[in-house]
Design a protein around this ligand. Structure first.
Ligand code: NDP
Length: 466
């Protein structure tokens, strides 16, 4: 078949040529403003975050304990561990294990297969800057259910041993996910240099923030907005955002609870306090997977090292810190403290969930019954901004809820070490930084309408306080 025949056949199979031509009417302007302090900052985040996951392992484990490293001996132990980790492919390396890496790849591929076969629905994403709306395969929840059934089958066949094995190979799984995420980021960076998408000859859409032409920076921040492979059927960013990492985090939590049970014969109330909310959060994320389609990660950011690492390595490895700590350091709380933490977590979670759902429903269809009573302002950009309901209380009340929810899980570990409060501290920095990125984006998008919105909704995080 000649190339012109192939092209017209493709156009006939997908979209009429006229529509395809319209979708090609967009620019990929050069990124002029850096975030994260540019290429040097990107290098700092890459090395810093990769080191932190190992630092927290060697500074907080069964043999070294989990105290703030204040003595020379503690730092020497951590230094020794890091050295053995950095020797990745040498025989002395303790963090890389080819069997574990193989299992990690299987875990990723398992969800890739489920992406195609698990039941679900296809929904449209937000309108892109060329007017196109991509289809998204929403079957994360059923993928999770199928995985749970397989997990129960493994438990029925082999008991708790495989789960304890996973907990015992935490370090090697972290290394596997880091290598895999970095490889994936490299792939999508190189892949972004093709000229058109495979699905309909539309030229590749780059993220507005990821086209600086600095290799390191674009590799880090994400060059292509929506990298898709296999004829456009497999959306790498959306897949990584919700499946292997989120469910890896839930699985690690379960494995650490089982490990605690294996060691002391029961699961402490502190462990339940830490893992139940986190597992609910994972299930909730998959149940409301369409809500992810309007988040900054999907709408604004390209897919590069930052998201690949965040989704695949950082989330599962760092977010299960509380359960990992409690697996070797069981803590039992009074029932009053347990209730306090549970209620704090519940309020945080509901604030997070209801506010995100409200915005998502409004963005999808402002006339639907659950949101049509809400007040909004119409902006010159054509987009509407809510000024009542959750979004009338504070401009990022969803962040506030999410942070308190995370704080409650840190409180579940008690007050013996500040190391387990890493999540609350890190998440505060992340959300403050994210807030400034989002304010910057909205100010740019809405211009003077954003000032009007800020006057109507003056508080950022907590009504009447800040
Ligand atoms: P948001 O979901 O808050 O999305 C911000 C966007 O919403 C804005 O850019 C704007 O986009 C739109 N918006 C802002 N104000 C209004 C309004 N009044 N009415 C209607 N639309 C409005 O941001 P994120 O994507 O950063 O976060 C989503 C959730 O994910 C949060 O709850 C956050 O806590 C959580 N999160 C969790 C992380 C974790 O590691 N656990 C990491 C990052 C986020 P536009 O107008 O262009 O539509």
């Amino acid at each position: 078949m000649s190339s012109s025949t192939a092209k017209s056949a493709k156009d006939t199979n997908n979209k009429p040529s006229a529509v395809v031509a319209d979708y090609n009417k967009f620019d990929n302007p050069k990124t002029k403003e850096y975030e994260f302090f540019g290429p040097l900052g990107a290098l700092g985040v890459i090395t810093g975050c990769s080191t932190i996951v190992f630092l927290w392992y060697f500074g907080c484990n069964e043999s070294t304990g989990c105290n703030l490293p204040l003595t020379k001996l503690q730092w020497a132990q951590i230094g020794q561990g890091l050295k053995q980790t950095l020797l990745t492919f040498s025989t002395e390396n303790i963090a890389f294990d080819s069997t574990v890496f193989g299992y990690y790849v299987c875990w990723f591929l398992w969800f890739a297969v489920l992406w195609y076969i698990a039941p679900g629905k296809v929904v449209k994403g937000v309108v892109l800057r060329n007017g196109q709306q991509l289809d998204y395969n929403l079957n994360g929840f059923s993928s999770m259910l199928i995985t749970v059934v397989v997990g129960l089958g493994i438990y029925y066949q082999q008991g708790i041993a495989p789960f304890i094995w996973i907990a015992d190979h935490y370090l090697q799984f972290v290394m596997s996910s880091l290598i895999f995420a970095t490889g994936l980021a490299l792939f999508v960076y190189l892949y972004s240099f093709r000229s058109t998408t495979t699905v309909s000859d539309v030229k590749v859409m780059l993220a507005l923030g990821g086209n600086s032409e600095n290799i390191l920076y674009d590799f880090f921040i994400g060059r292509e907005l929506n990298p898709r492979i296999f004829g456009g059927t497999f959306d790498i960013k959306y897949f990584c955002e919700l499946r292997p990492g989120i469910l890896g985090w839930a699985l690690l939590n379960i494995c650490f609870a089982i490990k605690q049970y294996d060691q002391i014969g029961y699961v402490t109330n502190s462990m339940w306090l830490a893992i139940i909310p986190q597992i609910v959060y994972c299930i909730d994320t998959l149940w409301f997977d369409d809500a992810v389609l309007t988040t900054m990660d999907i709408v604004t950011d390209g897919f590069g090292w930052m998201l690949a690492f965040g989704d695949l390595c950082w989330v599962p490895s760092m977010y299960c810190l509380q359960a990992r700590f409690l697996s070797f350091h069981p803590v039992v709380h009074s029932s009053m403290f347990t209730w306090f933490v549970a209620i704090l977590g519940f309020i945080g979670f509901m604030t997070f969930r209801l506010s995100n759902s409200e915005k998502n429903a409004f963005r999808r269809d402002p006339n639907q019954p659950s949101v049509r009573h809400l007040q909004y302002i119409t902006t010159e950009s054509g987009s509407k901004l809510l000024v009542s309901g959750w979004w009338g209380m504070a401009r990022h009340i969803n962040y506030t809820g999410d942070w308190f929810f995370g704080l409650a899980q840190c409180l579940a570990t008690g007050f013996e070490t500040p190391m387990t409060y890493f999540f609350a501290a890190y998440f505060l920095v992340l959300l403050l930084h994210r807030n400034s990125r989002d304010e910057h984006k909205c100010r740019h998008k809405y211009k003077k309408d954003w000032d009007v919105y800020c006057e109507r909704v003056p508080y950022l995080f907590i009504p009447f306080i800040i």
